[in-house]
Design a protein around this ligand. Structure first.
Ligand SMILES: [Zn+2]
Length: 247
């Protein structure tokens, strides 16, 4: 393949621009804000789950409290009724009197147990409520952090997009000056060689694969026509002669 030395040199400019575009793409994907936002989203999802289960627990506790309070009321009503019967002197048989007194005593113990249950439920409600409020407060903080980090990410993305836009414009302009067959070869090499399609020959060394050429190869390069498109014998990339080639 033949191409003017200018067209060949422009491939190095193209390769620089491609390297810059891939650096920018790498930077765009690797912004630390992406991971930070993921972490915040994950924590927020955890907190949402926590709040939902605490709300369910609070609902259960509220129902349990209602039931325990109703039980206390019921026992209290029975105690009152029994006491009224005792006070009114309606019970004359000593045996009935003893039974009734023993029932009052056992109901009083039951009342005290139930009141313990009510207290315990209230305590658990307070704990659940405290944890729910803590989780809600953390969600507020997370939401603010998310906003800050997202703004920082967007600023970086805008800056990268601007640089990439400029590089892409320059690349299009450089590529438009290249002969079609040379450009096609460059693109094919670029696909095969991790994004680097052309490399300079610098002090007898291919800058693509970093191997030094042997004397035989260097001699054949010295003898080659300047229009001849050369390839590195080692990596097959397009090899570009420059004043620093050491020929
Ligand atoms: Zn090479």
């Amino acid at each position: 393949m033949k191409a003017s030395p200018e067209a060949q040199l422009r491939l190095l400019e193209l390769a620089d621009l491609d390297a810059e575009l891939s650096r920018l793409e790498h930077r765009r994907r690797g912004l630390p804000e992406h991971a930070e936002l993921d972490r915040l989203d994950q924590r927020d999802a955890q907190l949402r789950d926590t709040i939902a289960s605490l709300e369910a627990e609070q609902g259960d506790l509220k129902r349990a409290q209602g039931k325990a309070e109703a039980d206390v009321d019921q026992v209290r009503t029975r105690i009152d009724r029994d006491r009224q019967r005792l006070d009114a002197g309606q019970v004359s048989s000593p045996r009935d009197l003893e039974n009734l007194q023993s029932e009052v005593a056992s109901l009083t113990r039951r009342q005290s147990d139930l009141e313990e249950v009510v207290l315990d439920i209230r305590e658990r409600q307070e704990t659940a409520d405290g944890r729910r409020q803590e989780a809600a407060a953390e969600r507020v903080t997370i939401s603010a952090d998310h906003e800050t980090v997202a703004a920082r990410r967007d600023a970086s993305l805008a800056e990268i997009a601007e640089q990439a836009g400029k590089a892409a414009d320059r690349r299009a302009s450089v590529a438009s000056q290249e002969p079609a067959d040379l450009l096609a070869l460059y693109e094919r090499m670029r696909e095969q060689h991790a994004g680097v399609g052309a490399a300079a020959l610098r002090r007898g060394r291919c800058e693509g694969c970093h191997l030094s050429l042997n004397t035989v190869d260097l001699n054949s390069i010295r003898a080659a026509d300047p229009d001849e498109v050369l390839r590195c014998e080692e990596c097959r990339r397009i090899l570009i002669r420059t004043p620093e080639s050491g020929l």
